[in-house]
Design a protein around this ligand. Structure first.
Ligand code: ADP
Ligand code: ZN
Length: 731
């Protein structure tokens, strides 16, 4: 007999494993029974794999073939909320549930026992004789307020050898205990006061806290110009949720660079939050995963994959810079962490706060339609004012060939240098030059494995493929025609722009800020904080600098090529440019000095450039929305990309064509299929890529029709098929 959440020994259970099988498997419950959601080890063929008790067994298999669960792992069972989220997310993104489970268990092998180690604690017996070394140890232990310490830390802090500590154990002055290596994260100190808030901020905080206290779930767009104090507002929402004994997840786009944010958390709550991103060690990941599941981590700051952590009681998800394109994952599982946050919070009965100065069009529309609530901060905090924005019409400027800093911009930089203020020159291209061309035969140097040009990185002395990482030393002769000394660099990257700036301003200290310029995140972080202390006159940077850093001496932003991201047929080109420019421009004048932003452009009359200059956001969004509506494009219609790739071009094309020709399962939703067409980057890592685009009306059962359609194709050889629902990029 079983109560619904528990299965007795030998009852049938259905298990979802991390093994890529697209179905649940039946097993008999193990000795001692098991709970719904329990993490288990199950036999599969000759191996044993990790799984989760997903539901009651179906019994549709011959019972002689059914095996027994090997054991239940000593981990909190996966909660119904997370199971439901994984299933819903799998359905939405057309991803196999087993892949979703792998995302939710991306931590050192859960089948292995949790490691333990020796910890030390002060006991009340006084050691005799009390040598100087011994008393140093006791002092260090006392300072810790009775917390457990490991040997290494005590050794280091008390400057003693292990034998001193062991001696104290023998004398009974220290107790030695075996505990799990992974220790809880300290609780936030809620007794510390927050900042004195402005009226705007206070209104927003009150509104949010009231919703939180009432246990309302739902999504709030917190919109406000850069520097208006959105972070201050959501720190108070965090305090409220933690007070209610629930957990909080903050998603940030460039988490590895979030040093400033971590410091602000520490200043507000007296502790640093748990950090979850690709830069963490396996040990750190294991600690966070388990502590989150045991409710011993109240606040996690993470990259998009933190959405899959096993929170025990998730009450709030904050998505900062919600419009940022890095929230969209485009390999493995294709998903948008912003949308999945809303899904997860809905299931967990939690709240979502989406923050941005320039929300994505989807969010903007949702806030307009009252699906999301909207709170607005209208002014920058304190005396900081928004920078004035103007355009430099490049058609009227005298720039030498292969030079990009216009005379007008140079004049303004000179003014800033004279005032000891900083300038940011923004160009969204890493490296020295995007193209290397042979002047003898006209050939551009391309990647061997991709349909992409190699980017010159002069500091590394290499040409590099930004798609696959392939690189070669910078050649001196053309590999096609053999001409010597005829290769030239075309176009600007950050390195080249810095070189140009050096020519005009030889005395200035110039720093390049680009994600590939530093050997480690640590080095990059150090550079950023040096700059924010004023250690540079001119910063040349990619969009890395557009993200949330506060450089208080920065008063001039020059956007070198404002037209760059307007090119291309991308549905979101205008929106992206608008957001990026606004973000970059928002870097200027964040403290007490007025900032100025100038956009170099050859199209000063382009509607997007005009919208940025005029500051009339509403008008820009209204025009964008009208255009998308007319075209039936998201969020007013549905889109999905199908990407087929494989090493044999003919096989890939064959499958793509047969998909396009057999689109009957899509008929009843009235979908249009475009393509197949070679992807804009038609080859990556030696794999040919072909795309199909499916477009449908908004209110249809899009995913189920798509999955029936895709199920008809038989993949041959190494061909892979990826579905990208709500695609953001069309490369
Ligand atoms: P946003 O997240 O909207 O860009 P921030 O929260 O980072 O804005 O605020 C910008 C700057 O103003 C930060 O240095 C922040 O500490 C400061 N600030 C904002 N609101 C307040 C306040 N009420 N009291 C003191 N400082 C504030
Ligand atoms: Zn390549």
């Amino acid at each position: 007999m079983s109560i619904s959440n528990y299965f007795d020994e030998d009852e049938l259970v259905s298990v979802l494993t991390t093994h890529p099988l697209n179905k649940l498997l039946d097993y008999f419950a193990p000795k001692g029974g098991c709970q719904l959601g329990a993490f288990v080890e199950v036999p599969l063929g000759k191996r044993s794999v990790l799984g989760v008790i997903w539901e009651k067994g179906k019994g549709d298999l011959d019972s002689l073939k059914i095996k027994k669960v090997i054991r239940v792992l000593d981990i909190n069972p996966m909660r119904g909320e997370l199971r439901k989220f994984l299933v819903s997310a799998a359905k939405y993104t057309l991803t196999p549930p087993s892949a979703m489970l792998r995302s939710a268990t991306r931590v050192s092998n859960l089948l292995e026992p949790l490691p333990t180690q020796k910890f030390y604690r002060l006991s009340d017996c006084n050691p005799k004789p009390l040598t100087e070394a011994r008393s140093r140890v006791l002092k260090v232990m006392q300072q810790q307020g009775g917390n457990l310490r490991i040997l290494k830390d005590i050794e280091k802090q008390a400057k003693v050898s292990a034998s001193v500590i062991k001696g104290l154990v023998k004398l009974g002055a220290l107790a030695e205990e075996e505990h799990r290596v992974d220790q809880p994260f300290s609780d936030l100190d809620l007794s510390k006061p927050g900042k004195l808030l402005t009226e705007d901020q206070q209104t927003a905080v009150q509104d949010l806290c009231e919703k939180i206290r009432n246990g309302d779930c739902g999504t709030t767009l917190l919109q406000g110009v850069t520097g208006s104090g959105k972070t201050e507002v959501y720190l108070e929402a965090i305090a409220e949720v933690v007070k209610m004994k629930r957990q909080v997840l903050v998603l940030l786009p460039e988490i590895a660079l979030a040093g400033e944010f971590l410091n602000r958390v520490n200043a507000r709550f007296g502790v640093f939050p748990a950090e979850w991103h690709s830069g963490m060690t396996l040990t750190e990941r294991r600690r966070i995963w388990h502590m989150v599941s045991e409710e011993k981590a109240q606040l996690v700051v993470g990259a998009r994959s933190a959405l899959f952590l096993p929170f025990k009681n998730l009450g709030l998800i904050i998505v900062d810079e919600e419009h940022d394109s890095s929230y969209k994952q485009e390999e493995g599982i294709f998903y948008n962490a912003r949308d999945m946050s809303v899904l997860r919070a809905t299931i967990a009965c939690g709240h979502v706060i989406l923050c941005s100065a320039t929300p994505s069009l989807e969010t903007w529309v949702n806030a307009k339609s009252t699906k999301y609530r909207k709170l607005i901060l209208t002014k920058r905090f304190g005396d900081a004012e928004l920078p004035s924005i103007s355009a430099i019409d490049m058609r009227k400027e005298e720039c030498k060939p292969q030079k990009w800093i216009s005379p007008s911009l140079r004049t303004r930089i000179t003014d800033r240098l004279n005032a000891s203020e900083q300038t940011l020159l923004f160009v969204n291209r890493r490296g020295y030059a995007p193209v290397t061309l042979c002047r003898a035969c006209g050939q551009q140097v391309g990647c061997l494995h991709c349909d992409a040009r190699l980017v010159e990185h002069r500091l590394l002395n290499r040409l590099q493929c930004h798609q696959c990482g392939f690189s070669i030393p910078i050649p001196t002769s053309c590999s096609v025609c053999g001409a010597e000394g005829k290769l030239v660099s075309i176009g600007p990257g950050v390195e080249r722009l810095a070189e140009e700036a050096k020519e005009y301003f030889p005395e200035a200290s110039i720093v390049v800020l680009s994600s590939d310029m530093y050997n480690s995140i640590h080095e990059l972080k150090a550079k950023i904080s040096a700059i924010s202390r004023g250690d540079a006159d001119i910063i040349v940077g990619t969009q890395l600098v557009a993200k949330g850093h506060n450089f208080s001496k920065l008063t001039l932003v020059g956007v070198i090529d404002s037209d760059l991201s307007l090119q291309g047929s991308d549905l979101r080109a205008a929106e992206r440019t608008f957001q990026l420019m606004r973000q970059v421009v928002g870097r200027a004048g964040r403290a007490d000095k007025l900032g100025e932003a100038v956009l170099q452009t050859y199209q000063p009359d382009h509607p997007v450039i005009r919208a940025i200059l005029s500051g009339d956001d509403e008008a820009f969004w209204a025009a964008e929305i009208a255009e998308r509506k007319a075209a039936g494009m998201p969020p007013f219609g549905r889109l999905a990309s199908i990407i087929l790739s494989g090493s044999d071009q003919n096989v890939v094309n064959g499958i793509a064509n047969s998909l396009a020709q057999n689109s009957k399962p899509l008929d009843h939703i009235d979908a249009q299929v475009f393509g197949p067409a070679p992807a804009p980057i038609a080859r990556i890592r030696g794999r040919y890529r072909v795309r199909l685009l499916v477009k449908a009306k908004k209110k249809v059962t899009f995913q189920s029709a798509l999955s029936r359609w895709i199920a008809m194709v038989k993949l041959k050889g190494d061909v892979r098929l990826n579905v990208d629902i709500d695609p953001q990029s069309f490369m």
